[in-house]
Design a protein around this ligand. Structure first.
Ligand SMILES: [Zn+2]
Length: 338
């Protein structure tokens, strides 16, 4: 069954102008095109209160962001990450969309996707997640907030398939009763430098499972990684799933990653998740061009259980497979499935 997309024009008010930056309002044009291809309807969520983000962020960090955004011009929180005079309004829209999405999932009326900005999965409790060099374009963590709110209603799992590790989400959820499975490019080759298999979360709580794929990974490695992610999730038997959905692993989407996933990967991820779709919330993370159109469309169709003809798929080298299988074994041992 199809879902709906929560979207407001205010998401465009977080804007780098007069600077140019890859995390720009134009990203939403690509993503809306993907939504149109998938045929999902848009719905305007209510505006919320930004203080909702205090559920997952320290007051000091929250106030520093809001202060920077009140300067009347673009302010750089670090060399990668800006806020602008419109950022607070965009964050109100994000808080409103998260609130509505949680209610929709709690009623079992999903799937629902929050098509918002700025992204959040690199933002930890007090800012840069796990000591990362920067906030990586992220301001407040809507995925972690959604997971936190849903975990008060039932067993909750997060799947993050953005090309980069969701270090902020791991930071916030480390000692929370939430399963967090994260598929990303080898952190020794890419920002934020965390997300190794040995990072499994606080003892006695649902694990943080870091599935690493090597630079050059194609659809074949992604298919295995996706099935592994879903087997960890299905063993946990969650009531709710939050998908921290980035499309920057899509081949040709961005110069920031070296991954080669196509629509086949994103469609498979959607289909694997489709049995949970009534209680599933998608939150947009990265993706900067074609991945937001083609990858998002294939993913949303997958959530409806629809298989798409992805055209040509990509395969990985023997060397990449060897590397992947080694990390995979490390992970299974670290989370007690070895
Ligand atoms: Zn990313």
């Amino acid at each position: 069954m199809g879902g709906e997309v929560l979207y407001r024009e205010e998401f465009r008010l977080h804007s780098p102008k007069p600077y140019s930056h890859p995390e720009s309002p134009e990203r939403l044009d690509w993503a809306l095109e993907g939504v149109r291809l998938a045929g999902w309807p848009l719905r305007e969520p209510g505006l919320g209160d930004t203080s909702l983000f205090l559920r997952v962020h320290a007051r000091e960090y929250y106030e520093a962001v809001m202060r920077a955004a009140s300067q009347g011009e673009v302010v750089w929180l670090d060399p990668d990450t800006y806020v602008s005079p419109g950022t607070p309004r965009a964050l109100e829209a994000l808080a409103g969309a998260v609130t509505d999405a949680v209610e929709i999932a709690a009623r079992g009326e999903g799937p629902v996707a929050v098509l918002g900005r700025p992204p959040g999965h690199h933002a930890g409790r007090s800012g840069r997640g796990l000591g990362a060099p920067t906030l990586g374009f992220c301001v407040f963590n809507a995925s972690a907030l959604t997971a936190k709110l849903l975990s008060e209603r039932g067993r909750t799992a997060v799947l993050d398939f953005d090309a980069h590790h969701g270090n902020g989400t791991q930071d916030i959820l480390w000692a929370e009763p939430v399963l967090h499975v994260d598929i990303h490019q080898d952190p020794s080759t890419i920002y934020p430098g965390t997300g190794f298999p040995s990072e499994t979360g606080a003892p006695g709580l649902p694990v943080k499972a870091n599935i690493c794929v090597p630079p050059g990974a194609g659809d074949d490695i992604y298919a295995d990684a996706s099935r592994l992610a879903l087997s960890i999730i299905s063993d946990y038997d969650p009531d709710y799933i939050v998908v921290s959905a980035g499309f920057d692993a899509y081949i040709g989407d961005t110069p920031f990653t070296e991954l080669r996933a196509t629509s086949a990967t994103f469609n498979l991820l959607g289909r694997l998740l489709s049995s949970y779709s009534e209680r599933l919330v998608v939150v947009l993370e990265g993706g900067y061009s074609i991945g937001l159109r083609e990858g998002l469309a294939a993913f949303l169709r997958g959530l409806e259980g629809r298989e798409v003809d992805a055209g040509e798929t990509t395969s990985s080298s023997g060397h990449a497979w060897e590397w992947y299988m080694r990390r995979r074994r490390e992970l299974l041992e670290a989370i007690g499935r070895g």
